[in-house]
Design a protein around this ligand. Structure first.
Ligand SMILES: C[S@@+](CC[C@H](N)C(=O)[O-])C[C@H]1O[C@@H](n2cnc3c(N)ncnc32)[C@H](O)[C@@H]1O
Length: 373
């Protein structure tokens, strides 16, 4: 039976001596955003200099010092990633008024500078456009020129590679790559440079935790994991928070390691994992259902698909999708407070995904999926 393992570690990602050099296939993460107020106290706890710069309203200094804290993590990511592995960072810029001056703090370009300096190669980035209809989203002088500011409605997904292109030489690697293929119609959406889906719910009901979760929506790591890793690879999130990357790795048949500084997240992560099976299987079934819809649309317009997928017995657009295989989750075992094991069921034409049997009680973040699927 196919299984994957998911480790949760409470530690500071600036020093991950428990992870060997060149041991990770993909990093998907979102750090605390420098100069966004909700992270001030965390950054101030890292150094007195940051606390002092914030107290003196010295924005440029605080920005620079906060990024130095993140730089140490990007260096660790370079060390632990395998040659050819990817680092995907979700980050938003910050706007803030300090000493009566309104200013943008460009987190994305500062992180690009640090990661390229570390040795990563930058690839084309994705703009994640978060839909917001908030009536108060505009800032500044209203309808009067010239003191209004454009609203930040997007974040970035920065994509870096360590070293050269990953090679797939052994026949077993070639097969794993083919089985990890995605659908042609998924490729057309996922590999576009603008992603349009809602942010995740930010409510955290926990006495000892911050008010807002700062979680990203499930769809974000889920796509990146399909795009930049193979089944059975190991995905690392050094800023795990509520553990959405762990869930996305589970749903993708990848192993994962999640690192989080704040031990108060442990219960949330484990409870969420225990309850996740129906929600994750729903997202897995949706991939198949949307492909079925795609086949129907093509057939009804007289453009039949030429290739046949062997594991599932349905037509596909290209030769590369012929071995694509999607499995559902048979069981999730929380083996200890640091280790989760996931068992999978092979899906095929004779063994389709089970229909949801009960009203789904999905974690909020899984409900907030892409509108595209
Ligand atoms: C933006 S949140 C990540 C949210 C996460 N993507 C999710 O979906 O819940 C950043 C997280 O990184 C953690 N963190 C900050 N600095 C850290 C460090 N040096 N090592 C490990 N975790 C850290 C914070 O406690 C916070 O939970």
């Amino acid at each position: 039976m196919t299984t994957t393992g998911h480790q949760i570690v409470f530690a500071n990602s600036q020093n991950l001596s428990m992870l060997a050099d060149d041991s990770i296939d993909l990093v998907v993460t979102s750090p605390p955003y420098p100069m966004i107020q909700m992270w001030d106290s965390l950054f101030a706890s890292f150094s007195k200099a940051i606390a002092g710069a914030l107290k003196n309203q010295n924005g440029d200094k605080a920005f620079s010092l906060m990024h130095q804290e993140l730089d140490a993590v990007w260096k660790e990511m370079y060390r632990v990633l395998k040659n050819g592995g990817f680092l995907c960072i979700n980050i938003g810029d910050a706007v803030r008024t300090l000493r009566d001056r309104f200013q943008l703090f460009p987190n994305h370009s500062r992180i690009i500078a640090a990661c390229t300096e570390t040795g990563f190669h930058l690839l084309p980035v994705v703009l994640w456009r978060k839909q917001t209809n908030a009536p108060n989203k505009f800032m500044g002088s209203g309808m009067l020129p010239a003191g209004a500011y454009v609203t930040l409605e997007h974040e970035y997904i920065l994509i870096f590679r360590k070293g050269d292109k990953r090679l797939f030489t052994h026949p077993s690697e070639k097969l794993a790559r083919q089985e990890s293929a995605f659908f042609w119609e998924e490729r057309n959406i996922w590999f576009s440079d603008v992603w349009d889906f809602k942010g995740a719910s930010q409510t955290l009901n926990h006495k000892k935790l911050r008010e807002r979760s700062a979680a990203f929506p499930f769809e974000l790591p889920f796509r990146l994991i399909q795009m930049y890793s193979l089944k059975q690879d190991t995905v690392l999130d050094p800023f795990l928070g509520t553990g959405i990357t762990t869930l996305a790795a589970m749903a993708s048949c990848r192993n994962s390691v999640g690192i989080e500084l704040d031990g108060n997240f442990q219960q949330i992560i484990l409870d969420q994992a225990r309850a996740a099976q129906p929600g994750l299987n729903q997202r897995i079934s949706e991939r198949l259902a949307s492909h079925a819809q795609f086949i129907e649309t093509r057939n009804s317009s007289g453009k039949n698909l030429k290739h046949m997928n062997a594991p599932h017995g349905f037509p596909v657009m290209t030769r590369q999708e012929r071995e694509l295989r999607i499995e559902s989750i048979a069981d999730i075992l929380v083996e200890s407070d640091k280790e989760i094991k996931v068992m999978y069921r092979q899906l095929s034409a004779d063994n389709p995904p089970a229909a949801p049997t009960a009203p789904l009680n999905l974690p909020e973040n899984i409900r907030q999926r892409s509108l595209a699927f």
